[in-house]
Design a protein around this ligand. Structure first.
Ligand SMILES: [Zn+2]
Length: 181
């Protein structure tokens, strides 16, 4: 698992983000568009970009993206979903062929689909954030982008193992996660 870079800033005002696409980190090429990223569930907005209308609830942060970059990311996610559907179908067919009881066949299909779905949903997205207490916890996969955000907001970009429910989990000083980078 690659580390993420966490920038914590005061939550009174929106944090300042670079005038650049959050996916590729540049402002070149096609004009930038604004994606309203929601608190906690931003991942879903990247995954289903322009397929599902975002739920307009909770704290939103406008982030800049290239349409093309966001679509490419979304398509990568959708490609990861395909095996989930295929595997569920195959397990279901095998169950019928083996003469499995309906209940057990359904259970096997759900387990297979669940595992593949879990794998798809673990695909990293360039930015997520949590807003709680009076702080923003901004999470980035790209170290340079995180550093730019940190500089713009007078904060630090902290490498972390992951963020659990808005709480950054520090990298172990010695350990597999820390040793990877
Ligand atoms: Zn881009």
């Amino acid at each position: 698992m690659n580390p993420v870079y966490v920038v914590e800033v005061d939550g009174a005002a929106d944090p300042v983000l670079p005038e650049a696409c959050v996916v590729c980190g540049t402002a070149v090429g096609e004009p930038l568009r604004t994606l309203q990223l929601s608190d906690e569930y931003g991942r879903v907005e990247f995954y289903f970009y322009r397929i599902v209308d975002r739920p307009a609830q909770g704290r939103l942060l406008p982030v800049q993206i290239h349409d093309r970059c966001a679509r490419a990311l979304r398509n990568r996610f959708l490609k990861r979903l395909l095996p989930a559907a295929a595997l569920a179908g195959a397990v279901g067919a095998a169950g019928i062929w083996l003469g499995l009881d309906d209940f057990w066949n359904m259970a096997a299909v759900l387990v297979a689909a669940g595992l593949m779905l879990y794998r798809a949903l673990s695909m990293p997205v360039p930015m997520e954030f949590w807003h709680h207490g009076n702080r923003f916890v901004l999470v980035f996969t790209d170290r340079d982008f995180a550093r730019r955000v940190a500089r713009l907001n007078g904060a630090q970009a902290m490498p972390c193992a992951r963020v659990d429910e808005g709480v950054p989990v520090r990298l172990e000083p010695t350990g597999r996660t820390a040793g990877k980078r």
